[in-house]
Design a protein around this ligand. Structure first.
Ligand SMILES: [Fe+2]
Length: 607
């Protein structure tokens, strides 16, 4: 049975293909169109999924869309009516768009699918937004049974969903509805701090350790009413997302004593403190929920999905809390992963097909589910770009790359299938030596062209993780934050501790400073021989040469750009940044040997 899942029209449109329950291919539309978080109907991602399996649209038994457009429309309408007349202006602005796009989405989807060939409309199904998330969290997990928590901005109505999974069954047990949403709350603060919502949330999380959570009490007093069972309400008089075109309003400004920060304005201690406060509040809400869930859970297993599950600091706190023995987080926890979730809903819940679970690994294949390019193709594409490169056998390639990294070269690493989800996991990554104290600043400013406070994450050989971090489980998708081992920490002097915000960044805090955050934590990716043997081999070679089984791993892109998809994308990114070496398949390129000029350098809007 061949099932194609689709998510679209909000952000991060994606397609996923499963055949007889096996995950065959999945990708986000942005990688193909080069429009970050592209929300258009995922024509390119669908074309890729079909091509990866050698299928046509006629071969697909079920196409399933990740949410119910009509129910979503009801929510939009209901929200506007219940807040009338405040919402009248934005209502009138949005209405024509809804009528054409949202209400007639079914016809639109059928029309789009028909562009691939003969598509039979009766094969199109729909499911609920949070059921798609929950399915993406549970069905690919390594657990026979688990409790499931979904938290995001909003789907149709639900913003928080608790579910139980057993075998091929999934039952929703509790739901919290819009406008009471942890995703919306975090997005409101992201907006207030001058960042883009739906992408700047990572920045807020990254800023938080530079501040003190001095506003947490205020947030709980005025904005969030949290009950002991984890349910919560947001006081709508401070927010504008129901009625206006912004997230917060003048009451919110009055509470924090200033209007929202302008994008790109200088960050002050106040912004750090607000970031620290909303992060602390988020963690408390999440922990209150998971603790309440643990009381009725008999499995010890927790599965997470929804945009809030990308908050790896909060995930790390759940793990440390110990209420659940095992945690599994869908790597594409945002709406992209719902394309896959929807396909799994169709297979297991609608078609009642059994689930095969492997206790050793989950069913995501390391999340390496996207496009790949053969060695011949890589060479041809590089030649067409007038790139100067040498081709090496595997052993020499790995040795040369490890040597380059050990001498503090920044390496673009493009291998195998592209990752599904927001993180680069060693197939479309920029790599560097974590031992270098200057590396974090240099990578941010000269390679990624982004703010210097943004932290970097370490990839580590899975078998070595316990020697370096306080983490006893695997973290293959870089979605858990863990503290670095005490013996590797370099304590900060009083004078260093007194440094203001970002100045603290340049104080080395451990023997791997460029991946050690200001609070001695790191967003760890464990690299496994089974799912990524080539990256595992590179880390092993780096360890042999340096004693360090860790590399800095940041996504292969510049600020505002989606992660690179093709060898050409990678070459252009390499040529237009301070990257030193590029490895594509078995091709190795040194920057100083290149003669090509990049005529039309792509520009990307700031994120
Ligand atoms: Fe969602």
């Amino acid at each position: 049975m061949k099932i194609l899942g689709i998510s679209a029209f909000y952000h991060d449109s994606a397609a996923a293909l499963i055949i007889d329950g096996n995950i065959i291919a999945a990708a986000q539309e942005e990688r193909f169109t080069r429009i970050k978080h592209d929300k258009n109907f995922p024509l390119a991602a669908i074309a890729y999924c079909l091509q990866a399996a050698g299928l046509t649209i006629e071969d697909i038994d079920i196409v399933i869309f990740y949410e119910l457009p009509e129910k979503k429309f009801q929510r939009l309408l209901k929200t506007y009516l219940s807040f009338a007349p405040q919402g009248y202006t934005s209502f009138m602005k949005a209405m024509p768009l809804w009528l054409t796009e949202k209400l007639y989405q079914k016809q639109f989807i059928i029309k789009q699918l028909a562009s691939f060939g003969k598509f039979r409309a009766e094969r199109l199904q729909f499911t609920e937004h949070h059921l798609s998330h929950a399915a993406s969290a549970f069905f690919p997990s390594p657990f026979e049974e688990a409790s499931i928590l979904v938290m995001d901005g909003v789907g149709e109505f639900a913003t928080t969903t608790i579910a139980e999974g057993k075998g091929n069954q999934l039952t929703l047990t509790k739901q919290l509805n819009f406008p009471h949403s942890l995703g919306m709350l975090y997005a409101a603060f992201t907006y207030y701090l001058g960042f883009k919502i739906n992408s700047g949330e990572y920045k807020v999380m990254g800023l938080a350790p530079y501040g003190r959570p001095i506003y947490a009490e205020l947030i709980f007093k005025y904005l969030v009413d949290l009950k002991a069972d984890g349910s919560f309400r947001l006081d709508q008089q401070y927010f504008n997302y129901c009625t206006g075109l912004t997230m917060t309003n003048q009451h919110f400004d009055a509470l924090f004593g200033a209007p929202p920060r302008q994008a790109e304005a200088v960050l002050t201690q106040k912004e750090f403190d607000i970031a620290a406060s909303i992060q602390a509040v988020t963690e408390e809400v999440v922990l209150t929920i998971t603790r309440a869930m643990a009381k009725t859970d008999g499995t010890g297993n927790l599965c997470l999905a929804g945009g809030v599950a990308l908050n790896c600091v909060a995930n790390g706190k759940i793990l440390k809390d110990g209420t659940f023995k095992n945690i599994w987080i869908q790597p594409a926890a945002g709406d992209a992963g719902s394309a896959l979730g929807a396909a799994l809903v169709a297979y297991h819940l609608q078609q009642k097909q059994p689930r095969v679970i492997s206790e050793q690994a989950d069913a995501m294949h390391g999340s390496y589910l996207g496009s790949e390019f053969s060695q011949v193709e890589c060479e041809t594409r590089l030649q067409n770009q007038s790139a100067v490169f040498a081709v090496f056998d595997d052993e020499t390639l790995i040795a040369q790359t490890a040597d380059a990294l050990a001498t503090e070269k920044v390496v673009g690493w493009f291998q195998g299938r592209m990752e599904f989800g927001p993180r680069a996991l060693g197939n479309r990554s920029i790599l560097a030596d974590p031992r270098s104290p200057e590396m974090q600043k240099n990578l941010n400013l000269k390679v990624k062209f982004r703010e210097s406070f943004r932290p970097f994450a370490p990839s580590i050989l899975a078998e070595d993780v316990a020697d370096w971090f306080d983490l006893e489980c695997s973290s293959p998708y870089m979605l858990l934050v863990a503290p670095i081992k005490d013996e590797l920490k370099i304590p900060m002097s009083e004078a260093e501790n007194a440094l203001f915000g970002i100045d603290k960044l340049n104080v080395p805090r451990s023997t791997i400073p460029s991946v050690t955050h200001i609070d001695y934590s790191a967003r760890v990716q464990t690299v496994h021989q089974q799912t990524n043997p080539r990256y595992h081999q590179l880390l092993t070679a780096f360890k042999q040469g340096t004693g360090c089984p860790i590399l800095v791993n940041t996504s292969f892109n510049v600020r505002g750009e989606p992660i690179v998809h093709t060898p050409e994308d990678a070459f252009i990114c390499f040529m237009t940044t301070d990257m030193d070496v590029l490895v594509i398949g078995n091709c190795l390129l040194h920057k100083h040997q290149q003669t090509a000029t990049i005529a039309d350098k792509p520009t990307f809007a700031p994120d």
